[in-house]
Design a protein around this ligand. Structure first.
Ligand code: BLA
Length: 510
């Protein structure tokens, strides 16, 4: 199927990027049958290193190509590879009887042992442990989350020498945002820009969850085919390969950006891809395997630290809300009128959550503040909410999707967090958030024209950004579970206050 349908901009989510049948030529690949230890496949460029062509090498036992010591090492590594279901690696291995030493990566897939070798770029006195340790200690000095991300980008750039390192964070829908950046002077900034999900399609995101580091040292190098391409009709699965060749679409994207080399390191949260360190160089740029391994380790440690920092930030947000909430409830409980109390404390209520506006509807009256619909638009929205009759807090990041007239005020209020104040729902408190695309500005230089490849300008950051703006038109930043929890707590308290106040009113009336 992959061969029959050429990849274009419409179907690229289906491009089987792990089955492209080729590797990047900065190293070579051999696959062995795991019972016989004979060569079953090899990348075309292996011939140059091994001094024999593919036709001669297929079927040969491993003793014919590698040194005794190397084979011993590889057998040991295989244990690691099999039991931890990972890629084992060794540096500066004397693989061949004469010739250079290699850094090697070993993994197992579908009954094949895959060995990838790249010439070792010797670095004196580099210890990845010491490097990462120093990086982490500088990272931990960052007090604020923003600084934490920025320091991480800077550290990653220091380690790898790329011209630009970005921290790219995915949103709920697979689109993403550059949330931190460290770049050589004179480069335009991508900080704050968003890109649609299609720029890093789903199958690539899934792959990056399993394989933490991806490098493309020279985007214009010709890939080396793995031969034979098919065995029993099946190509070699290169998901865990270090050298896996690159989708032509992505190459064109990088070319259009003027990038010569690229690397990405995964950032995971709770086992899911949370983001990437995305690194660019404006010329070919390779990073020794051992240093890449340090980059990967840094990515893993960063992931853990980030997870706990984000959790802390979230608890802080919630604790602050709880404190404000308690103060509010105490004050309101001492006041005598039923809903006026909510109206007079609207400012404080709006402080509980990150929102851009707020509205309250009680007994047929509206009060609105900040970025919010007009009175009439709000009345229409309340009509919709009354029919919908939510029993609990309702989080919506695109009002117009369920209430089409919402399109008219999407520029002010695109998302809402609805707190019903009575049952059945007649009275409401509504938090609003503005349209997300409104909070972003393109920082790039529009006059800077890079020549574009055959698929046209779609594959440029500017067009990507525009596309993202279109896809999120009318949407706000989504409400997080923590926002819903805060609002739910507020609902329960307000209902209590309201009930108590109405009880007092009842008593007074008697
Ligand atoms: C992969 N796309 C990627 C990667 C990044 C981006 C970071 C990871 C691989 C790498 O490190 O180079 C996207 N890079 C960005 C973005 C910025 C950046 C958004 O610097 C912003 C500043 N790409 C497209 C479109 C398609 C596409 C439209 O833009 C398909 C229609 C495909 N991107 C694509 C594919 C991969 C990819 C297939 C996987 C490459 C691979 O690992 O083989």
């Amino acid at each position: 199927e992959s061969r029959a349908t050429p990849v274009d901009l419409e179907n690229c989510e289906r491009e089987p990027i792990h089955l492209l049948g080729a590797v990047q030529s900065f190293g070579f690949l051999l696959a062995f049958d795991s019972t016989q230890w004979t060569i079953t496949r090899l990348s075309h460029n292996a011939a140059g290193w091994l001094g024999a062509g593919p036709l001669e090498l297929i079927g040969r036992p491993i003793e014919n190509v590698f040194t005794h010591d190397a084979i011993h090492l590889i057998r040991g590594q295989l244990q690691t590879a099999v039991f931890s279901n990972a890629v084992a690696r060794s540096f500066a291995v004397p693989l061949l009887n004469d010739g250079p030493v290699f850094d090697i990566a070993v993994h197992v897939v579908d009954g094949s042992i895959v060995i990838e070798c790249e010439p070792c770029m010797h670095e004196q006195g580099v210890s990845s442990g010491a490097l990462v340790r120093a990086m982490i200690s500088r990272l931990q000095q960052a007090s604020e989350l923003r600084t934490f991300y920025r320091v991480a980008a800077r550290e990653m750039r220091g380690l790898t020498g790329f011209d630009r390192v970005m921290v790219y964070r995915f949103d709920h829908d697979g689109s993403g945002e550059v949330i931190a950046e460290s770049a050589r002077g004179g480069l335009e900034s991508y900080l704050g820009l968003h890109y649609p999900a299609s720029d890093i399609p789903r199958q690539a995101r899934i792959l990056y969850e399993r394989n933490w580091l991806r490098i493309i040292p020279d985007i214009s190098a010709r890939p080396a085919a793995v031969e034979p391409g098919l065995i029993d009709g099946r190509p070699l699965d290169l998901s865990m390969s270090v050298l896996r060749s690159v989708s032509p679409i992505h190459i064109e994207y990088l070319q259009n950006m003027g990038v010569g080399a690229s690397m990405s390191v995964s950032i995971l949260r709770d086992g899911k891809l949370w983001g990437l360190f995305a690194c660019h160089h404006y010329a070919p740029h390779n990073v020794p395997f051992e240093r890449r391994t340090a980059a990967e380790l840094f990515g893993q440690m960063f992931s853990l630290l980030m997870e706990s920092r984000e959790r802390d930030a979230e608890s802080l947000y919630e604790a602050r809300a709880r404190k404000l909430h308690n103060q509010l409830v105490t004050v309101m409980a001492s006041e005598a009128t039923r809903f006026d109390s909510i109206v007079s404390h609207l400012d404080e209520i709006a402080e509980l959550l990150s929102c851009d506006g707020i509205g309250v509807w009680t007994g047929g009256h509206a009060t609105l503040q900040g970025m919010a619909p007009t009175q009439d638009q709000f009345a229409g929205l309340i009509g919709h909410l009354t029919r919908r009759n939510p029993g609990e807090v309702l989080a919506v990041h695109e009002i117009a999707a369920e209430h089409p007239p919402g399109r008219e005020f999407a520029d002010r209020a695109a998302g809402m967090l609805v707190v019903p104040l009575s049952r059945p729902a007649r009275d409401f408190l509504v938090f609003f958030r503005k349209e997300v695309a409104r909070s972003v500005n393109w920082a790039g230089d529009p006059s800077k024209q890079v020549s574009v490849g055959p698929l046209g300008s779609r594959l440029t950051p500017r067009k990507s950004f525009e596309l993202w703006c279109e896809t999120v038109r009318g949407q706000s930043i989504p409400w997080q579970p923590v926002d819903v929890r805060i609002a739910e707590g507020l609902r329960v308290s307000l209902l209590e206050v309201i009930l108590r106040l109405s009880a007092i009113t009842e008593v007074e009336r008697k």
